[in-house]
Design a protein around this ligand. Structure first.
Ligand code: GUN
Ligand code: ZN
Length: 455
């Protein structure tokens, strides 16, 4: 008996605070059926995974021997999931004055050329991952650069931090500078080697990553599709219908295709593990096809506004007729922030400009369980269901003097109060609202101003 009590206290740990997560999609289910909230809850972990979540009152006696870290007046959420971001673009964020195609040639391509140097790629990957953790993002779907060593650098740094990350080498064999292009054959061979090296190594997963139809030949896309068929559980990650000029260019480059999505479809690149960034200028038939294929869209509002690309039709994507899996993406460096709170805030504004709306629960769903579903990871993470990986964040809804005035009560006691507090946290919050980030139950980032209380 004493042995089992000792064993329990060693392998289990617990956190006491307010908890918010999602057990269903608030775009389709009612708030009462989709939002789970405990104003005074206990999260119990075993070996980095969730063992139980409930009210403190219900659980504390069952786990009386377990050491508890208490976060008073905080709100614990599953870690944020960024479904589209470019790590080599970290240093070129906020590049002035251009729209997509000129922005790419003027700023992006020269910057990505630096990632041929593995040591440089490693330095930026390390900085990038620390930024993600500081902003509460624990999982991301990431573009590396065209060089395989940029992927190695990224995965080595992600592995050191025990993160669940998805990434891939960019495929580009035309309409880009020579120093950034591969060929259909080298793209295939290098991607295959990287899949064999990294896919399912620790928590890492691989995405076959053609940049977009503009920079890949038919043959390169065909070989990418062949590779995906050989490794059906890897991801496919690309851009789709981001700007009007790009859509027109793709039509001229692929005259035989029946639209932009069809270029990818003909190559076998549209499936349930395909994630398309943007999807702003889609036709009805393309919405239908994405829905039928169970493919996902990464909605990247800060990028779409910054590059002047357009206003994503979230309502259409989440309609019951053509339901599409949607996650939020920061799209750094086309996007202007690493913060998923700021990204959710801009998503709200995009829906406003379309005369529509996005509730705080819908926005936080997109940033957590919705993102997990978009990445087919809903069985692994995204909420606090038992058995899931315990990546989570401790938010402070009163992090700044202004937020403290707006969120006058520390812990919400009703769903309506919580919705209001969460909305103000989304609109006013950024990395200052992230007080701690945990990866597999271990503290991975702590806001310097804050010490947890050990009970
Ligand atoms: N389309 C092709 N490449 C890119 C990129 O790097 N960023 C964005 N936002 N769109 C792209
Ligand atoms: Zn992008």
């Amino acid at each position: 008996m004493s042995y089992s009590i000792q064993a329990i206290s060693v392998s289990l740990k617990a956190f006491r605070s307010a908890f918010l997560d999602f057990i269903d999609d608030p775009f389709y289910a009612s708030e009462a059926d989709s939002v789970r909230y405990f104003s005074d809850g206990l999260l119990v972990l075993e070996d980095g995974k969730v063992k139980a979540l409930g009210t403190y009152e219900d659980l504390h006696e069952i786990y009386a021997d377990v050491s508890v870290t208490t976060y008073p007046d905080r709100l614990i959420l599953p870690g944020f999931i960024d479904t589209h971001i470019h790590f080599p673009q970290t240093e070129m964020i906020a590049a002035f004055g251009e729209q997509l195609l000129t922005w790419l040639s003027k700023y992006t391509f020269p910057t990505e050329g630096k990632f041929k140097d593995k040591a440089y790629a490693q330095e930026i990957a390390s900085f990038f991952l620390d930024e993600l953790l500081k902003h509460g993002t624990t999982t991301a779907l990431v573009f590396a650069a065209v060089y395989p060593q940029s992927v190695d650098a990224f995965f080595e740094e992600a592995s050191r931090r025990h993160l669940r990350m998805i990434a891939g080498k960019v495929l580009m064999d035309r309409n880009a500078p020579d120093f950034l292009t591969d060929t259909p054959e080298t793209a295939y061979a290098e991607s295959k080697q990287l899949i064999e090296k990294w896919h399912k190594h620790d928590r890492l997963l691989y995405a076959i990553t053609p940049r977009f139809a503009v920079t890949s030949s038919d043959e390169q896309l065909r070989l990418a599709g062949k590779l995906l068929a050989e490794f059906p559980d890897v991801y496919m990650h690309t851009h789709l219908s981001e700007t009007v000029k790009e859509v027109a260019l793709v039509a001229s480059l692929f005259p035989e295709s029946d639209g932009y999505l069809d270029v990818y479809d003909r190559a076998g690149l549209v499936g349930s593990k395909s994630v398309f960034a943007h999807g702003i200028h889609l036709t009805e038939a393309e919405f239908q096809r994405l829905s039928e294929a169970q493919a996902a869209i990464a909605f990247c509002p800060t990028s779409n506004l910054f590059l002047g690309s357009g206003l994503f039709n979230l309502t259409k994507a989440k309609s019951a007729d053509t339901p599409i899996k949607v996650g939020l993406g920061t799209d750094v460096g086309g996007g202007t922030s690493f913060s998923m709170l700021e990204t959710a805030s801009e998503a709200y504004k995009v829906t406003q400009l379309r005369g529509e709306n996005l509730s705080s629960f819908q926005a936080l769903f997109l940033a957590t369980l919705g993102g997990a579903r978009a990445l087919s990871l809903e069985d692994t993470l995204g909420n606090f269901e038992p058995g899931k990986e315990a990546d989570f964040i401790v938010l402070d809804p009163r992090a700044t003097p202004l937020m403290a005035r707006r969120n006058a009560t520390a812990s919400a006691t009703s769903l309506a109060e919580l919705a209001d507090q969460a909305f103000a946290t989304i609109i006013l919050g950024d990395d200052r609202a992230v007080h701690a980030t945990y990866v597999m139950g271990e503290l991975a980032y702590k806001n310097k101003a804050y010490e947890p209380v050990a009970a």
